[in-house]
Ligand binder design. Structure first.
Ligand SMILES: *Cc1c(COP(=O)(O)O)cnc(C)c1O
Length: 403
């Protein structure tokens, strides 16, 4: 077994070897521009993109022509939200989202708020679950769209997508879902779930970084998106820029693999995840699983270790790569907005760690992790207890009357 053990698969994943193998020829032999329609180099690149489009669309129940390739989920989300909102500005101005979204959605909504749109953030329950009735009540005739993530990147809670989609379509409101953590891990069918706009990314599912997709439902009523990028008119004029052919082809292979292995992989990873949670729960006092007990991603565990500061645990355990909160928000020392939204105290959010298992996680690594976590958390909470005891003693000594 090699250390450090990688358990940060919600931040990014290792690229599958089969994906790398498929990408290499698209850099050194088939290096044409997919838009060059006059020669063999262009045709072969275009064929690779078309094949990837079929594979990626199939994974989410979309038609190939509904997929727009982008530079990642952040871009897809910006295109979906800004594109739809700015396209509808003359008629409507409300956007509904939740308080536990990834910053790509949260900050895009804040930007739109500054442009004059009204953003309603519905609350979540203590598991991070959105109540479709709250969304229903927030919808007005002036509502453009609802954006709710498919699965949370910190706590893994899976949203009631079908119910949300059905109510949006009933009310004539667009439904966007940031499905970056869900696609390739749990079944997503954008048509069955009434999702109009679906954002996702290759690097969260064993594909390369810097490539993603926005699936835009075809059919009536048509969805009008104002592009973020103007230029050569690629991707039906919605996303100009020379296509990242190797990245897109890699995304396609990653999608095909994910579809094939999903049931077995999710069973294996949820088994390992459960053994990790049980392993620390048996050994340590007061451990709690953050997020929904059952409606959660198979490979995620976000665990609260009362009295053990997460940063201190990570510093003392450099042989295990995990994260506190999300990778993006842990750069700022702010307590996680997701953990705050599900009712944790600021202190509790600072004592929570995210374990993200993945395709390459082994049983041996999980056994090792259980041992290291138990040992480290015990040591750190003992230190804290000693400090508290010292403080109490000092206070007692100070309070003691002088003889
Ligand atoms: C990683 C992530 C994103 C951002 O995806 P990029 O492809 O890195 O831009 C957005 N939303 C969620 C839920 C994510 O986990």
């Amino acid at each position: 077994m090699n250390t450090p053990v990688y358990l940060d698969n919600q931040a990014t994943t290792r690229v599958d070897r089969r994906v790398i193998d498929a990408m290499i020829p698209l850099m050194d032999e088939v290096y044409g521009n997919a838009s060059s329609t006059q020669h063999e180099f262009g045709w072969r690149a275009e064929a690779a993109v078309a094949q990837a489009r079929r594979r990626v669309s199939a994974l989410v129940g979309a038609l190939p022509e509904e997929v727009i390739f982008t530079g990642g989920a952040t871009e897809s989300i910006n295109l979906a939200l800004k594109g739809a909102a700015r396209g509808d500005r003359a008629r409507r101005n409300r956007i509904i989202t939740a308080g536990t979204e990834h910053r790509a959605v949260h900050d895009t909504c804040t930007r739109l708020e500054a442009e004059g749109f009204e953003v309603i953030r519905v609350p979540v329950d203590r598991y991070g679950m959105v109540d479709p009735d709250d969304v229903r009540r927030a919808i007005t005739p002036g509502t453009i769209l609802v954006s709710i993530m498919a699965a949370n990147n910190e706590i893994g809670t899976i949203a009631p997508l079908e119910a949300l989609g059905a109510l949006c379509s009933e009310r004539g409101v667009l439904f966007h879902s940031d499905a970056t953590q869900a696609v390739g891990k749990i079944p997503i069918d954008m048509h069955a779930m009434h999702i109009d706009l679906l954002s996702f990314s290759a690097h969260k599912m064993y594909g390369p970084k810097g490539v993603g997709a926005l699936a835009v439902r075809a059919g009536r009523p048509p969805i009008r998106l104002i592009p973020l990028l103007d230029g050569g008119g690629h991707e039906k004029g919605i996303r100009s820029g020379t296509l990242n052919v190797p990245g897109i082809a890699g995304f396609g292979v990653a999608a095909e693999i994910a579809a094939a292995v999903m049931p077995g992989e999710s069973r294996r990873l949820s088994g390992l995840r459960d053994s990790l949670v049980e392993g620390v729960n048996e050994a340590l006092e007061g451990v709690r699983l953050n997020g929904h007990p059952t409606l959660r991603l198979p490979h995620n565990a976000n665990i609260l270790f009362p009295g053990a500061n997460a940063d201190a645990v990570m510093m003392a355990m450099k042989d295990i790569a995990i994260s506190a909160g999300s990778a993006c928000s842990s750069a700022s020392a702010e307590p996680s907005h997701v953990l705050r939204a599900i009712g944790l105290t600021p202190q509790e959010t600072l004592c929570s760690l995210r374990f993200g298992l993945g395709r390459f996680t082994t049983e041996e690594e999980i056994a090792y992790t259980i041992g290291r976590v138990n040992e480290t958390v015990r040591k750190i909470s003992r230190k804290i207890n000693q400090k508290t005891n010292q403080k109490t003693e000092m206070r007692r000594a100070n309070a003691a009357p002088a003889h």
